[in-house]
Design a protein around this ligand. Structure first.
Ligand SMILES: Cc1ncc(COP(=O)(O)O)c(C=O)c1O
Length: 377
């Protein structure tokens, strides 16, 4: 028998990483590509991780994560969203990305459809490829003010769909769903009997309130949080998935089958970060939200690069009046003419060719220079 090709053969290469790869060796370019928030990580958090390496246990941790950390996550969800979870409803994951693959494995059969936003975070598509699911995109373009509607969801729905992925605030558009919209979609998901994966990893950077669809459909919603975006340690790989009551056993099995457990030092650092009460992180969220707003305002003030973004860490702008966006590599032209590296919209969906994503979560000096360059586009 011939050697078979696995399903990853036809999966796309990571499009954001590809855009990043173009700039790594180009000094002097303002790199607004990757969403790696330049949050300063407090010494107390670094020390908690370091201490765990030096004197903590170096054995396996529980599949769902350290109970002490899960308790802190339960408390956090209760405080910020008024939601009640048990310790065993929480799974500590290898970043938000692993939470996506676990949620898909817990809620779909191979070949089931997954509804996901377009434009949307490309890793949703990649995770569906990884799991062998089919992808059904719902429109989140300018036509729908960057948000899902009952109409676009219903249009994308097929009988084999078992999971709906929502992402608010959105990567890449920064659109944020309000409680009315969340309640409506929760009713629709109940009517269609779908699981929901609510990716809320940019919640700290929302100017318009912080809500979750789990407040309206707790029985079917998995909430994803990423400590990369929340606490700035993207490379330590830690996130969380809060499951509907009684469902986390599936995550436990998925954990054992993939990474087995999350490293103790990363969890120790996460405990210190989530327990921080100094206001440090809140100041960082305000700083990056203000930079995002400033970037959006500046782009709009040029009169030729309409931009949006009122949540998350990105500005999302239309570049069709300043470069030939019909070309697939138009972002390289922008890089040459304006010294700014962005992720082209095609990375996020077929309906976003003319748009580009700019990360505002960079350090102050780099941001000042980037803004100057944006002004002279
Ligand atoms: C929407 C969204 N979800 C999840 C993630 C996963 O982040 P991480 O795996 O670093 O926690 C990202 C990262 O960019 C993201 O943009």
């Amino acid at each position: 028998m011939k050697l078979r090709s696995g399903r990853l053969l036809t999966a796309p290469l990571p499009p954001i990483r590809q855009a990043v790869a173009h700039v790594v060796n180009l000094p002097g370019v303002s790199n607004l590509t990757i969403g790696d928030p330049a949050i300063s990580v407090p010494q107390s958090v670094r020390l908690a991780g370091a201490d765990a390496f030096l004197s903590g246990p170096h054995s396996y941790t529980p599949n769902l994560g350290l109970i002490e950390l899960r308790r802190l996550v339960v408390k956090d969800l209760e405080t910020r969203l008024g939601l009640t979870y048990g310790d065993d409803d929480i799974c500590i994951t290898n970043g938000g990305n692993q939470a996506i693959t676990l949620a898909i494995a817990a809620t779909t059969q191979p070949a089931d459809g997954i509804l996901m936003p377009s434009p949307g975070y490309p890793n949703f598509t990649m995770a569906a490829h990884f799991a062998g699911n089919t992808i059904e995109t719902y429109d989140c373009s300018e036509d729908t003010q960057w948000l899902p509607t009952l109409h676009t969801l219903e249009r994308a729905y097929r009988d084999d769909v078992s999971l709906l992925i929502l992402n608010t605030p959105s990567n890449p558009t920064g659109a944020v769903m309000n409680p009315h919209q969340l309640a409506e979609i929760a009713d629709w998901a109940r009517f269609r009997n779908l699981w929901i994966l609510s990716d809320e990893c940019y919640w700290p950077y929302s100017d318009t309130g912080r809500f979750s669809i789990a407040q309206f459909a707790p029985e079917r919603t998995y909430i994803l949080d990423s400590f990369s975006k929340r606490f700035g340690f993207t490379g330590w790989r830690i996130g969380t998935l809060a499951a509907p009551r009684g469902e986390a056993n599936k995550l436990l099995k998925g954990q054992e089958a993939t990474v087995a457990c999350i490293s103790y030092p990363a969890q120790a650092a996460a405990m210190a970060a989530i327990s921080d009460r100094t206001g440090h992180y809140e100041r960082e969220y305000e700083r990056f939200s203000a930079q995002r707003n400033q970037l959006v305002e500046t782009l709009n003030s040029l009169g030729k690069t309409p931009a949006v973004g009122n949540g998350g860490i990105y500005a999302w702008a239309n570049f069709s009046q300043v470069v030939d966006t019909t070309r697939n590599d138009w972002h390289l032209d922008l890089m040459k003419t304006a010294n700014i590296a962005v992720v082209p919209g095609s990375a996020f969906g077929e309906n976003a060719q003319q748009w580009g994503r700019l990360s505002a979560a960079i350090n102050e000096n780099d941001f000042a220079l980037a803004l100057e360059r944006v002004r002279s586009i």
